[in-house]
Design a protein around this ligand. Structure first.
Ligand SMILES: Nc1nc2c(ncn2[C@@H]2O[C@H](COP(=O)(O)OP(=O)(O)OP(=O)(O)O)[C@@H](O)[C@H]2O)c(=O)[nH]1
Length: 366
C-alpha cells in the first residue's frame, strides 16, 4: 500500500501504525464463542433464485500478511505524528491559556469532535488539579482511555450454532468501504479455518455485486447474488443465509447498500434484510462501516443506522488517508458501540482489529 501520495496523512498514520502494531496477531482472537440463541423456522421460498457462482467454500488462500511485516511496510513510508504536537505542548511545563487553546485545536484537528474535546480537556484539568506532579500526557492518556474504553468487547460474535451459520450484516452509506470490508473479513475468517458465504444484498448497483464476486473468488468463497439490478436485497440476503446453512458454512457475511438520502427506504430495506435473514439465522453482528475521512459526519450516519438495527460494532475505514483518527474517540463516547476494526488501505490485508490502548498510545505518540 502506497500512502505517500496522501497529503497531510502523516499525522494519523503514525497513530495507525501504532494501532496496527498492537493489533498485530490479534486476528487469532477475532471471534468469540457467542452466537444467537434462537433460530426461527424457514421462510417461504423467494421467487427468485439468485445465481450463486460455485467456489470451494473450504478453500484456503495463503494466510494474511504477517501483521508485523504489514506494520514495517507502513512505517517505512511514514514519519511525523499528531502525538508530536501534543508532546511539544506538554513539554512546555505548566500550561498557559494559549497552551490549552493549542491543545484544544490539536484535538479538534484530529476530529475528536467539539463535545468530546471539551470533556477531555475538563477531565484533564481535573486530573492535573488532583495530581499536579503527574505528567500531563499520562493524565491525558487516562482521560482518553476512559472515553475509548478498553474494556469493551471488540471480538466478533460469529460462532455457528447447531449447524446453522452465524450471520453478519454489514451496513453503511455508499462508498465507505462496506464491500471491501466484507472481502477483508472473509479473508481473515477463511484463514482462521472458517467456511464463509457472501451475500451481495447491495442490488442497487450491479457493479457492487461484481466487486463482491471478485473478492469472493480472490478469497475462495461462494457469493450469492442476483443478476437483476434492483432485485429485492432481502431475497438475496435470505438466499445467502440459506446457502450457508445448506452448505454447512460457519459464517454468512451480507453486504448491503446504504442510501441515506432516503431514510425511510433505508430503514425498510435494512429492517427487511435483518428480518428475513433471521428466518435462517438471526444476525449476531450488525457492523456499521464508517469512513474516517468524513469526520464528524460519521457520527450522524451512525445514529441513523443505529435506529434501523442494533449495531454491534463499527469498522472505521480509510484511516490511512486522514488525520482524523480522533473520530474513534467521538464515536466511542457518543454511541458506546465498540470500534472493532480499522481499515488501513484497499489491500486484502489492510484491516486490523482495533485495540483501545494502542490507539490511545499511538494518538499520544507514545
Ligand atoms: N484507502 C483506503 N481505501 C479503502 C479502504 N476501504 C475501502 N477503500 C476503498 O474505498 C472505495 C469504496 O469501497 P467499497 O468497498 O466499494 O465501498 P461500499 O461501501 O461497498 O460502496 P457502495 O457499494 O457504493 O455502497 C474503494 O475504492 C475501496 O478500495 C481503506 O481502509 N483505505
Amino acid at each position: 500500500m502506497d500512502v505517500s501520495w496522501i497529503p497531510g496523512s502523516a499525522d494519523l498514520v503514525v497513530v495507525i501504525v501504532a494501532v496496527a502494531a498492537v493489533a498485530g496477531g490479534a486476528f487469532a482472537a477475532l471471534r468469540r464463542g457467542k452466537g444467537p440463541d434462537e433460530r426461527a423456522g424457514g421462510p417461504s421460498a423467494p421467487t427468485e433464485r439468485p445465481a450463486a457462482p460455485e467456489a470451494p467454500a473450504k478453500a484456503k488462500p495463503a494466510g494474511p500478511e504477517d501483521p508485523g511485516s504489514r506494520l514495517a511496510r507502513l512505517r517505512s513510508r511514514l514519519s511525523g505524528g499528531l502525538g508530536s504536537s501534543l508532546l511539544s505542548i506538554f513539554s512546555r511545563g505548566s500550561l498557559s491559556a494559549e497552551d490549552w487553546e493549542e491543545l484544544e485545536e490539536t484535538l479538534l484537528a484530529a476530529d475528536v469532535g467539539a463535545a468530546s474535546t471539551d470533556i477531555l480537556l475538563e477531565d484533564l484539568k481535573a486530573r492535573l488539579k488532583a495530581s499536579p506532579d503527574a505528567e500531563p500526557i499520562s493524565l491525558l492518556r487516562e482521560a482518553l482511555l476512559d472515553v475509548v474504553d478498553p474494556t469493551l468487547d471488540r471480538s466478533l460474535a460469529l460462532e455457528p450454532q447447531d449447524g446453522v451459520p452465524a450471520t453478519a450484516v454489514v451496513v453503511g452509506v455508499n462508498g465507505v468501504g462496506k464491500t471491501t470490508t466484507v472481502g477483508k473479513l472473509a479473508r481473515v475468517l477463511v484463514a482462521e479455518g472458517s467456511s464463509v458465504v457472501l451475500g451481495a444484498a447491495d442490488t442497487f448497483r450491479a457493479a457492487a455485486a461484481d466487486q463482491l464476486e471478485t473478492w469472493g473468488s480472490r478469497v475462495g468463497v461462494p457469493v450469492v447474488r442476483s443478476d437483476r439490478e434492483g432485485a429485492d436485497p432481502a431475497s438475496v440476503a435470505f438466499e445467502a443465509a440459506q446457502k450457508g446453512k445448506d452448505d454447512g458454512a460457519d459464517v454468512v457475511l451480507v453486504d448491503t447498500a446504504g442510501r441515506l438520502q432516503n431514510k425511510a427506504g433505508l430503514m425498510d430495506e435494512l429492517g427487511k434484510i435483518v428480518r428475513v435473514v433471521s428466518k435462517v439465522s438471526p444476525p449476531s453482528e450488525v457492523l456499521l462501516v464508517l469512513d474516517a475521512t468524513t469526520g464528524q459526519n460519521g457520527l450522524t450516519q451512525a445514529r441513523v443506522f443505529g435506529e434501523v438495527a442494533p449495531l454491534t460494532g463499527i469498522v472505521l475505514t480509510k484511516l490511512d488517508g486522514t488525520a482524523r483518527g480522533g473520530i474513534v474517540v467521538a464515536v466511542q463516547r457518543e454511541l458506546g458501540v465498540p470500534v472493532k476494526f480499522i481499515g488501513l488501505g484497499e489491500g486484502e490485508d489492510d484491516l486490523a482489529p482495533f485495540d483501545a490502548e494502542q490507539f490511545v498510545d499511538g494518538l499520544l505518540g507514545r
